[in-house]
Write a protein of this length. Structure first.
Length: 249
């Protein structure tokens, strides 16, 4: 069932209370998509949902908790009838600026639980509904760190590499179903998460960008909108670049 426009589609966006998720939500709402924001930040969700208007709703969710994910997705389906778009934008960096032999196993597990496991579980429980309607668009937000690896960021880089691998696998698995699954690998985007990182870590990453600047939220929202649009019907299992020339493959 090919959908010809965004009109009245339903999008689920994790990490929707701020940063990339919120920017993508604003862009989709401006294209008449109904948006469900998921985030663990209850106060941030409440504040932003009221601002976004009638096209937006929200659910507080720890995406690393499988039982909660399953329940929330079931509730969304019961209320809205379908989920057409999934954007997995929730992510954390974990501890940075440390050598691999100094990485704490608890921090490694925490980063993987959010960045990889959370994205996998949301897709796990949403894909069956997309299969029933023969249509869906899934976007996993990865990172240039998942392609190249950032020194001092083992947990983050490895988790984003896993996200890219998942997009490749899922893209192949559902290629004949009307569902596309892609990833987006930005370089440094000036978000709250990046601002909380040590300045030397941000400089290390920015210095690698030939354009010598951070990407903007508007730039990532514009590209994300295309990736999850009905027009993106013949690209799946692919990792889109948004790196100012840093990515060469």
């Amino acid at each position: 069932m090919m959908k010809l426009s965004f009109e009245n589609q339903v999008a689920v966006i994790s990490g929707g209370a701020s940063g990339l998720g919120l920017a993508i939500a604003r862009k989709l709402i401006s294209n008449n998509v109904r948006v469900l924001l998921l985030d663990i930040d209850s106060s941030g969700l409440e504040e932003i949902t009221g601002e976004l208007g009638e096209k937006a709703n929200s659910r507080v969710l720890d995406i690393s908790n499988e039982e909660s994910v399953q329940r929330i997705i079931r509730e969304i389906i019961e209320e809205y009838g379908s989920i057409d778009i999934l954007v997995n934008s929730a992510g954390i960096t974990g501890n940075t600026g440390i050598m691999s032999h100094e990485v704490d196993s608890v921090d490694m597990e925490r980063v993987f639980n959010v960045n990889f496991k959370g994205s996998w579980m949301l897709s796990k429980y949403i894909i069956p509904y997309m299969l029933k309607q023969d249509y869906g668009r899934i976007l996993h937000i990865a990172s240039i760190a998942g392609k190249e690896g950032n020194a001092g960021m083992l947990a983050y880089s490895a988790s984003k590499a896993a996200v890219i691998g998942m997009a490749k696998v899922q893209g192949k698995e559902y290629a004949g179903s009307g569902i596309t699954v892609n990833a987006l690998a930005p370089a440094v985007i000036r978000t709250k998460m990046v601002e909380n990182m040590p300045e030397e870590q941000v400089k290390y990453m920015t210095d690698k960008i030939p354009m010598k600047r951070c990407g903007t939220l508007e730039e990532i929202a514009n590209l994300a909108k295309y990736i999850v649009s009905p027009e993106n019907s013949f690209t799946t299992g692919f990792t889109f670049d948004l790196s100012g020339g840093r990515a060469t493959y």
